[in-house]
Design a protein around this ligand. Structure first.
Ligand SMILES: *Cc1c(COP(=O)(O)O)cnc(C)c1O
Length: 388
């Protein structure tokens, strides 16, 4: 992406999250081209992985996303309330869920069990129209979905409900356990179980519009898993779903998390920094105070591990991350001064850390870094540099 006016000026707020929707569109287009004939679902659950669900959803649709995917019915209804009218799938209901609202809003719901089928049937009755229903088979993740042993019964009941006009079965799907490890034997095993489940559904008379298994990593790394539709979350945001395995696709991280230095001050050798003095200066040096902490979703694990970008260099975090602030060492300080920009992570093109760098520093995955950052930070959207 081009260096933009909106990003080259200092942050507007104390601390902000800037999301470039042009990057999202670029990533969605890139992934669509990669997967060829398969349709594209952009997964926007958890507030668009912290990027803003509604804004990301609009950008994804503009870039050709055929479907949007969310976890909860509430998320799906929020997309409808924001004006989205295209196919939306949700997949995580709890007993007593308001299926009628989802059905009325023309949202595809997912059933894992006969109990959920009964709830969807009641919802369709209340809504006064047939549901769009997808079925999930647990092919080996051992999370949601019907076990293979329970699948024939679920499929038969789903077919009976279809014939009774309660719903139309629009999709059959599953989810992989180890798609970020392409050589993991679970990938072949799960795909095999999925193919068998599809055959059983077909034999029972179901004719779904979409059969789908792949998330971002599988969509990129495992063409055989693409079926009719791929469900891309992380890669749509420009992050690498399988570090060490993903070819360079030119995806662009859409999120930049940044703040302004509160103060810059010299400290003498021997100064202990932040709670518990887990870092002690071994020479006279300079510290910069950054006004974000775990109350803003900055992982506490980043203390003494991650780096931030100040004055054209990567600067180490020193000492523990506090609730509202953290400390970086500015050595040499250059002309760093209070008010200057601090990039925690961004697209990495100028050398600043990325969410992946932070994930490695914090022994987690970039999903968690971008999804949890926020708190009191102000989020704004830009479009290739201009305000969105
Ligand atoms: C979150 C999620 C996805 C997206 O996964 P990514 O690895 O972010 O692409 C796809 N499918 C399901 C069922 C999910 O829960």
């Amino acid at each position: 992406m081009e260096e933009s006016d909106a990003m080259s000026s200092p942050p507007v707020a104390r601390a902000e999250i800037v999301v470039d929707l042009a990057a999202v569109r670029h990533n969605v287009r890139t992934l669509r081209e990669l997967v060829g004939d398969a349709r594209m679902m952009t997964v926007v659950k958890a507030d668009g992985y912290g990027h803003g669900m509604v804004e990301v959803a609009r950008a994804a649709r503009a870039a050709g996303a055929d479907w949007l995917g969310v976890a909860t019915i509430d998320e799906a209804l929020a997309l409808r309330a924001a004006g989205d009218t295209g196919p939306v799938l949700c997949w995580l209901g709890v007993p007593g869920e308001d299926y009628a609202a989802a059905i009325t809003a023309d949202v595809d719901v997912t059933a894992y069990s006969l109990a959920e089928l009964a709830e969807v049937a009641a919802g369709a009755e209340t809504a006064g129209r047939p549901a769009r229903l997808q079925l999930k088979i647990d092919t080996g993740l051992s999370r949601g979905g019907a076990l293979p042993a329970d699948w024939p019964e679920l499929v038969a009941a789903a077919r009976a409900g279809e014939e009774a006009g309660r719903w139309r079965v629009t999709g059959i799907w599953s989810h992989l356990a180890a798609s970020d490890e392409p050589a993991h034997p679970a990938n072949d095993a799960q795909e095999q179980v999925f193919r068998e489940a599809l055959a059983e559904a077909e034999a029972a008379g179901l004719r779904p519009e979409v059969r789908h298994l792949a998330n971002s990593a599988a969509a990129i790394l495992r063409p055989s898993s693409r079926f009719d539709l791929v469900r891309c979350g992380l890669a749509s945001y420009g992050l690498d779903p399988a570090p060490g395995h993903t070819p360079d696709l030119g995806l662009v991280p859409a999120m930049t998390a940044r703040a302004r230095l509160t103060m810059v001050k010299p400290v003498p050798a021997g100064a202990g920094v932040s709670y518990g003095h887990t870092w002690v200066a071994d020479h006279d040096t300079t510290l910069g105070l950054v006004p974000v902490g775990y109350g803003d979703g900055v992982p506490r694990a980043a203390g003494n591990e991650a780096e931030a970008w100040v004055g054209g260099r990567r600067r180490p975090l020193r000492g523990r991350v506090c609730m509202d602030q953290l400390v970086v060492e500015l050595d040499p300080p250059g002309d760093a001064a209070a008010g200057d920009e601090v990039v925690l992570f961004g697209d990495g093109c100028d050398g600043a850390p990325t969410a992946q760098d932070w994930a490695e520093a914090c022994a987690t995955i970039s999903y968690e870094i971008v999804t949890r950052i926020g708190g009191r930070m102000v989020r704004r959207h830009i479009d290739g540099g201009a305000p969105a």
